[in-house]
Design a protein around this ligand. Structure first.
Ligand code: PLP
Length: 752
């Protein structure tokens, strides 16, 4: 058999020397003789750690003994356990075969709640073990046969088929690698299957991604059904590409477009590529450096009209072509820190006002599977349609679901009075899709979707939510135990219930609450996704005031990295982790104990060579510095330069568009640019994207003019980097030039 899925037997007597024990062992032996592997357990074990077990099994045989029915109480208990177990299986998996196995007890003794979940009831000694084994195996096989979604199934068949190919890729199913020692290593590491399944689009029976035919199309349809979209397209080059496809399908040169100022850079690339005229909607920020929501007032058609008129290029377009609608609105739905918008309210405001509503849901593919997120994601079951506006959602399957890197998808919801023309749409799709797509990425899009088939999807999302809540509770417990001593906190609402996943309303942002630190919040318009957990380090309060003692997050995350924990993103005094469906209790508990170790090392001011040897190997100047002293030094610098306010203000400062982004970028292609040192940047027009890390959100886009606030920030970054090597503020778009042994930072600006 291609896959290893054993039948799991749970029977108290599995190892006992009695008739019941030997009966069940005979059945096990009969199944093994047919080539089926069998695992026997003597109890149900821990139900909560059950997800893996049920996903590995081909079926279950659960025993009930006559003995258990001798008293009323013991019968109650046995049935209770049985019911608990069966319910736990069915909560995730409605299809896996489950059999009850008993001596003489019949269906009469088993409540309906259990009976209707079963595939059958096996009586010991009634039939031969061989007969029963064959029956169970047939059911198990039929269950397994129906598991694989269309494309993955076809790919597996093809890879096992063993046919010789003359088509690309040139390594011919991995054979090329075998001809050299380093190639052998590659082959051994990735394995035969990965290479056999690496085929090209000349293989007809797999269908074509670029034309959406055959098994690929069947899988896209299957995923569309699971995600409740009208159309769904797999994308094998990440959501970066999905966004560009969406844009190119509906935006052309000179179009006015509405864009979240803190969007992912792929959307800014799309602005440059299409030649659109962007009008930006401005999110708030708090002083932790966390990006907040765009206030609801910004979405108001009147506000938008005003913004368009305030932009010289947009105004010109509007005056030339009377009353032109914005072509698209692109909104980051789930910001890096987990802020979500009420999509229904946005549709209500902008349906018909904007041609296409595009929600960049790179971080939100899980939301449509759980009622916790109702109204706060773009497309899903029962979501009302717009009358006029087309709705797109672009999702990175690889970020929160089980996709491999670059697995992404585009979801579409048609408005009531038109339908996406998929032939037109595909022209844009082809523009951005490689003619040699990676088939294992397509397969992972396919499988990631199939995994979320209800009820499995809901229980997987629920588990992530539960783990995220448990992590927050555990962090609070540690804090309580430390009393007045310092500890890390997790950004989120003050009130957290003692158990369960809470309710959406507990995670809604309210104008009268202080924890979020955002201005201009309207009740019910935003919520925080708890599965993104921003951990705050001491040193900064929500108003942006520095405290006496401070621990910059950069040190904490470097410390964590040296101890085997890599976090997703680091800010000034915060870093964040995600509770994806791959997260486990072990993982977040390890994080908490590492943070405790950090606290201990910090409180003892342990020397850097002892606690962060790898870092010290690179930067020996810190060898004898104490961990606490180093934190204090960086904290002092941040305080002196008022960095929390600075890094907030740069994003809120006035960014004057001097040229269309595409025109400014064209200057670079034509080399009509010059490299301008930071000191002379004020008033100059950038030809490139300027993106500080953290937070990795573009600050200036091609065609915009440097203002004083931004130049001050770059000056600070330059000075800071000279003073504290190893803790550099990285700004993409800055070019370091050596001038007399000194690094001078420059930006490529449009020639004056
Ligand atoms: C990561 C991300 C993208 C790009 O997704 P990839 O799959 O990495 O290409 C787009 N938008 C947002 C908001 C993201 O966070």
């Amino acid at each position: 058999m291609r896959f290893h899925f054993p039948i799991v037997i749970i029977d108290e007597d599995f190892r006992s020397e009695n008739t019941s024990g030997s009966g069940i062992r005979e059945l096990a032996a009969a199944m093994e003789a047919e080539g089926m592997s069998v695992i026997g357990y003597t109890s149900y074990g821990d139900l909560t750690s059950f997800a893996q077990q049920q996903s590995r099994a081909a079926g279950f045989i659960l025993s009930i003994d006559d003995e258990e029915f001798q008293t009323e109480d013991s019968a109650q208990e046995a049935l209770g356990n049985l019911y608990g177990f069966v319910a736990e299986i069915r909560r995730r998996n409605p299809d896996i075969p489950v059999y009850l196995y008993g001596e003489t007890r019949t269906a009469r003794h088993i409540p309906n709640d259990i009976l209707r979940e079963l595939h059958g009831f096996i009586h010991m000694h009634e039939d031969t073990p061989e007969f029963v084994a064959r029956h169970i195996i047939r059911e198990a096989k039929s269950y397994l046969d129906n598991l694989a979604p269309p494309f993955f199934r076809a790919l597996v068949d093809y890879a096992y088929d063993g046919s010789y190919s003359w088509h690309c890729p040139g390594h011919s199913g991995g054979v090329a690698f075998l001809k050299s020692p380093v190639g052998q290593m590659f082959h051994q590491f990735f394995g035969e299957n990965m290479l056999r399944a690496d085929v090209c689009n000349a293989v007809d029976e797999l269908g074509q991604l670029l034309d959406h035919t055959g098994p690929v199309a069947a899988s896209e349809r299957n995923a569309a059904r699971i995600f409740n979209a009208d159309h769904l397209f797999f994308v094998t080059n990440g959501t970066s590409t999905s966004n560009k496809i969406v844009w190119h399908s509906c935006v052309a040169a000179g179009d006015i477009v509405l864009v979240d100022r803190n969007c992912h850079k792929s959307n800014l690339h799309a602005i440059i590529m299409t030649g659109a005229i962007p009008v930006f909607l401005m999110p708030t920020r708090n002083h932790y450096g966390i990006i907040g929501p765009i206030p609801k007032s910004e979405f108001h058609p009147d506000t938008i009209k005003r913004k368009i008129l305030a932009n010289p290029f947009a105004r010109e377009m509007l005056e030339k072509h009377h009353n032109r609608k914005p072509r698209i609105l692109t909104l980051t739905q789930s910001t890096y820190d987990g802020i979500l918008y009420n999509v229904e309210e946005i549709k209500g405001l902008l349906d018909g006002e904007v041609d296409t509503l595009h929600f960049d849901e790179a971080w939100l593919p899980h939301a449509c599977f759980h009622d916790f997120y109702r109204d706060f994601h773009a497309i899903g079951e029962g979501r009302p349609r717009c009358e006029d506006s087309l709705v797109f959602s672009t999702q990175s399957t690889h970020k929160l679901l089980a996709g491999i890197s670059q697995a992404s998808q585009i979801l579409v919801q048609d408005p009531q009075n038109r339908q996406l023309d998929t032939a037109w749409f595909n022209e844009a799709y082809l523009m951005h899709t490689s003619t040699s797509p990676q088939y294992s990425i397509i397969a992972s899009c396919d499988v990631a979707a199939a995994m979320m088939e209800q009820p499995g999807g809901q229980s997987l999302v629920e588990e992530s939510l539960v783990e995220a809540m448990e992590f927050r509770r555990a962090m609070r417990k540690v804090d309580e135990e430390y009393g007045r001593d310092w500890w890390f906190s997790v950004w989120g609402p003050d009130d957290l219930s003692d158990d369960g996943i809470c309710d959406q309303t507990d995670w809604t942002l309210r104008p009268d609450e202080r924890w979020h630190g955002f201005a201009g919040i309207e009740d019910g318009f935003n919520m925080l996704d708890p599965i993104k957990a921003t951990v705050l380090t001491p040193g900064l309060d929500v108003d942006g005031s520095f405290e006496e003692m401070g621990i910059p997050a950069a040190i904490v995350t470097k410390y964590l990295t040296e101890h085997g924990v890599v976090v997703e993103k680091t800010g000034l005094y915060s870093f964040f982790i995600m509770f994806t469906i791959g997260i486990t209790k072990g993982r977040w508990n390890t994080l908490i104990s590492l943070l405790q170790q950090f606290k201990d090392d910090f409180d003892k001011n342990q020397p850097m060579w002892r606690v962060m040897p790898e870092f010290v190997a690179k930067y020996p100047q810190y060898e004898r510095v104490g961990l606490q002293d180093l934190c204090q030094r960086i904290h002092g610098l941040y305080t002196k330069h008022d960095v929390a306010r600075l890094t907030t203000d740069i994003y809120l400062s006035d960014m004057e568009p001097a040229m269309r982004p595409a025109d400014a970028f064209a200057k670079m292609a034509h080399r009509e640019i010059e490299r301008v040192p930071v000191e002379q940047l004020e008033g100059r027009v950038t030809a490139v994207l300027l993106t500080p890390y953290p937070p990795g959100i573009p600050l200036l886009i091609p065609g915009e003019r440097f203002n004083k606030t931004i130049v001050d920030y770059l000056r600070f970054a330059q000075a800071f980097n000279r003073e504290l090597p190893g803790f550099e503020t990285d700004v993409h778009g800055l070019v370091a030039v050596e001038v007399q042994d000194r690094k001078v930072y420059c930006v490529d600006c449009v020639k004056q």
